[in-house]
Each structure stands twice: as C-alpha cells, then as structure tokens.
Design a binder for this molecule. Sequence first.
Ligand SMILES: [Zn+2]
Length: 95
Amino acid sequence: MEMMSCPHCGAQNSSKREYCYECGGDLRGAPKKDEPDYIPTCANCAHALISAPLGKHIGPDQVWCGKTDEPVASSQVAGDCFDEAFTWKREDILD
Ligand SMILES: [Zn+2]
C-alpha cells in the first residue's frame, strides 16, 4: 500500500485517502483542477457593504457598493473598481 504523510500533522496515511485519519486534514493538496476559477464579484469587494446606509434598502442577493453608492447584485462580476476585501490567501486558511 502506498503511503503519504499528512501535510498538516505528518501522520502516515494511505495515498488513497482524501482526509487524514489523524487530524482530518485534506490530503489532496492543491485544489482539484475541476474547481471553477475564482472570479471576483461585487460581494468580494472591499467596497461592498452587507447592509445599506440608513434609508436605503438592498435585496438579499444584493450588496451596497460604497464606491458607486448604489445597490449591486452580489453575484455581479466585479469591474475595474474591484478592491480585494480580504488580504489573506486561500492557502493561508487551509493550515
Ligand atoms: Zn493529519
């Protein structure tokens, strides 16, 4: 049986396993290729506010854009004004 060591805790696992038996960590390493590419949307933008300013209303599928000062669809593909809301990278939170 082929073995591999867990990248999280170092425990030996069968290379057939997807999750570490010891710590439950993901053994597959890099995200699968079939995972859709990350596309920044207005919901991911630093200018997006989850609640509208006083007197304004947004729907459950909208965010308030603090840049243009208007409601935008949260799934809308972000434009040139996009400003990443998070400074961490996806890899950082997997550890
Ligand atoms: Zn582990």
